[in-house]
Structure formats: C-alpha cells, structure tokens
Design a protein around this ligand. Structure first.
Ligand SMILES: [Zn+2]
Ligand SMILES: [Zn+2]
Length: 475
C-alpha cells in the first residue's frame, strides 16, 4: 500500500492532502528555502512513466524486513557511540567487520578512517554506494534510551557528539544494502562498491579518500554510477529525488588580521586588529549586496571571530572563520577576490606594512552537487514502484546546503551521480509537530533530531532498489 493510501485510510482525503502539503513545507525549510508561493509551486511529485517493476522487489522487501532487528540494533549502537569527523574508528570498525562477515573484500584506513567493501560478481556495471559516518558537535536532547552522551576533545576543546544529521542511519542503510545484495547475488551481475566515508560535515572526508589514492594505490574500481542518500525531515515513506544542481558549492576559509598589540588605554600606539575585523565583517556583506548579480546565489557567513582575552589589552591578531555558498564559479571568484581586497585595503588603511597584510587560508570545500538527469529518471521510474507516486517528490528547489560525495568522482566526467533524500520522521510525531507549527524534532543538526526506527528498513529498501535497478539489469 502506498504512503498516500495509508494516509487517506488513517486521516481521510482532506487531512491526507494537508499532511502532504505540510511535508512539502518542511522539506522546503530543510533545504533552506523560504516559503514563497513561487517556491511552493516548484514542489511536484513524480509524474513520469514507471519502469517495469524489478523482479526482485518483493524479495528485497521481505529480506530487509527479516533483517530489521539486526539493522535497528546496529543503528542504535552507532547512534549511542557517535564519532566526529576523522575520529570514526569505532564506526569504521563495525562497517569493516560486517562487510567482511558478508564476504566483501574490505579495505580500511582510506582517508584516515574511510572503509570500502567490494563485492565482485561478474561482468556488469560498477556501482558505488556511499554512506558518510561522522556525527556533529551537538549535545543530544532527545532523551531516547540510546541517546549519545559522548564528549570528546577536538582541537584542545571538549565538545559534545551527536548524530544530529542522520549519518548513523546512512551507515546502517549501507550495511542493510550490503546484506540484501549478497542474498540476491544470483539475480545481478557487476561490481558493488560500498564506501563508509569520514568527515562529510567538515567537507574533507571525500577529499582525504581521494588524496589517499582511492582508485590508484588503494585499487578500488572506478564506478560507472555513484549513489548516496541523505536523511530528510519528511515522514518515513517519502523519497525526494531530482535531477540537476541540488546543492551549493562551498568553501571554508580562515582570515587572520595582524595588528600591533598593546595597552587598551593607548590605542594610538597600537594597530587594533579587532577594529579591522569589525570593518571586514560588515564590508564582506557588501560583496553579496553590491558586487554580485542579484539573480545569483551568494552567501558569506562569518561563523567565528576569535581575538583577545582581556578587557584592557589590544591583541596582536584576530581570526575569522568564513563559509561561502555559491552555484556559479564566477560568483565564488568574485567573493574570494572581494574578501582579499577588503582585507588588504582595511589593513593598509590602518597603516599595516605590505609584509603584514591579512592572511587567507583555504581549508576545504566542494563544487555544487549535480545529479545526472538520465540516472535520476531511471532511479525514480523504478523507485515509484516501491514508494508510489505521492511518496516520490521529483521536483523541488536546490538548496544552499552542501555535500562532498561528488568529490569521489574526481575528474571522471563519465561517472553518473544520484543523491536522493529519504524521509526519516515518525509520521504520527511529524504530523503532531506540524500541527504545533514546529519543525523539530526532525530538522537536521537540531539537538532533538531523531530517526524513526521504521526508516531504518525503509531506507535500506530504497538503497537496495537503487542498487538492484542498476546491477540487476546486467544479468
Ligand atoms: Zn549535516
Ligand atoms: Zn548530513
């Protein structure tokens, strides 16, 4: 029974339609778009022609249902033992152990904590399925029996750790897909490559795996297809999958203003980096407002400013941590050039010599994520057989959120990418939250973020359908 029919039987037609509108609304909020009527009009369910149903669809469903208890146990364990980017040693250990037990050829320690499992099954397409494994520096407030209470030291500072973005679900889905594909091995041909990736949140995990020679020294086969899925604050049963540019490009960069420190009572004998910094923060926004075409998307966020300790001491330098979002590389250039020239002009105007102008350090980032149209069409035409037309959102606006999975493609333009969103909210709790005008507890990065346990088998089925659509056809 499709999600929509279930909803109608539970809520009646009118309330079911209201409910779907609420889902669409929350999805828009998730992807960072204000609820303009224009944006709302862009949300459309899948209306294409369904593909012939996978001969293995019913088996996928029953295999995953039988695997449910194992998967939920793994999910709770990973959730309770959340690990930050590049510290995912325990999680990577679970992935390696499970994949080895299933007969995968396993490679560990790629990009520090990355794990790859390979299942070679004759001639056919090479399909890479990627799950990110890292958590967030957020203090969990869900009160769940398996809530994380972990704290770790990062850069000399103790921080809380929580899976507030659902990467614990991503990892579990991958382990479920791994088992399903082994059980269905006689029904497909090709190579399945499962990737447990570190540090998606920091944006450096995929880069670290590539720098470690993922396809060269490490001998992982170059895929024809790359698929990945992300939790979304819609109810379990909903998948959102659309072609084209889905997520913004981003950069993380640090700026250091050098000055001359001294006594707070005598600013005239110092060069105050805090005042320079204050000017810079406000001037950066004029790049977006005055130098970039208003039709373009550009975000400059100063996420951290660090300078000084005492009230009466002018410090010697200050640090700004910036984040940029963009879709057009020209816009990125304009932002970076603008930031550099504002920094230098401010420092010069305060009399800083040429050899002490501000430094700018690029720390990581990724270009926009672009889903391949042909692959998305093919996946959606098959997924609709599982989730039904109303369970498959096929048109929605791109987001200024970002990803780094696309960096696993390197310069290989022939790899086709599909990155889909999967609803993970308990439908009843979600409806209640919506009725109260709340987006929590289902918005990613929130301390109350929680994944419906039914979404564990559901996402596993979605991932298995995607993998079987690609690999089953070669048999
Ligand atoms: Zn996240
Ligand atoms: Zn995430």
């Amino acid at each position: 029974m499709t999600l929509f029919r279930q909803l109608i039987s539970k809520l009646g037609l009118n309330r079911a339609l209201m409910f779907l509108l609420a889902i669409a609304t929350s999805l828009l909020l998730f992807i960072g778009i204000p609820l303009a009527n224009q944006a709302r009009a862009q949300l459309k369910p899948f209306t294409g022609r369904p593909a012939p149903k996978l001969p293995t669809l019913d088996r996928i469903i029953s295999l995953v249902d039988k695997d449910r208890d194992r998967l939920v146990t793994i999910f709770k364990d990973i959730h309770q033992n959340a690990e930050l980017g590049f510290m995912e040693t325990r999680t990577a250990g679970i992935v390696a152990k499970e994949l080895k037990a299933l007969g995968y050829e396993v490679k560990t320690g790629i990009g520090k904590t990355g794990v790859v499992g390979i299942l070679r099954n004759g001639d056919g397409p090479k399909v890479m399925y990627r799950a990110d494994m890292d958590a967030n520096a957020v203090a969990e407030k869900t009160g769940l029996p398996y809530a994380s209470t972990k704290r770790v030291e990062r850069n000399g500072e103790e921080v809380p750790v929580m899976h507030a973005c659902g990467h614990d679900a991503h990892t579990t889905w991958m382990l479920g897909v791994a088992k399903t594909m082994v059980a269905l091995k006689s029904e497909w041909k090709g190579t399945l490559i499962l990737v447990g990736q570190p540090d998606e949140e920091g944006g450096n995990g995929a880069t670290a795996m590539m720098k470690d020679g993922l396809y060269t020294q490490k001998g992982v086969p170059l895929p024809d297809y790359l698929i990945a899925m992300h939790t979304a604050p819609g109810p379990t049963g909903l998948v959102a999958n659309a072609e084209g540019t889905r997520m913004a490009g981003f950069d993380q960069l640090d700026v250091v203003f050098k000055g001359v420190g001294g006594h707070g009572s005598s600013p005239h004998v110092t060069k105050d980096p805090i005042v320079m910094t204050a000017h810079a923060i406000t001037q950066y926004q004029t790049i977006v407002a005055r130098a970039i075409d208003p039709q373009e998307t550009a975000v400059i966020t100063v996420g951290a400013v660090q300078a000084g300790i005492d009230n009466n001491v002018i410090p010697g330098e200050s640090l700004l941590k910036l984040n940029l979002r963009w879709f057009n590389p020209g816009v990125r250039e304009t932002m970076l050039k603008g930031i550099g020239s504002i920094n230098n002009a401010i420092a010069r105007s305060y009399g800083m010599p040429e050899n002490q102008l501000p430094s700018l350090t690029m720390k990581g980032g990724a270009p926009p994520l672009v889903n391949d149209k042909e692959l998305v069409d093919r996946m959606s035409a098959q997924l609709v057989n599982f989730v039904g037309q109303k369970g498959l959102l096929a048109t929605f606006p791109a987001t200024t959120g970002s990803e780094d999975v696309q960096l696993l493609m390197g310069d290989n333009k022939n790899i086709k990418l599909d990155f889909a969103f999967v609803g993970v909210a308990d439908p009843a709790l979600f409806a209640k939250a919506q009725a109260e005008g709340l987006l929590v507890p289902f918005s990613n990065h929130n301390a109350n973020f929680q994944v419906d346990l039914n979404a564990i088998p559901f996402g596993t089925k979605v991932g298995s359908v995607m993998a079987m659509e690609l690999l089953g056809s070669a048999k």
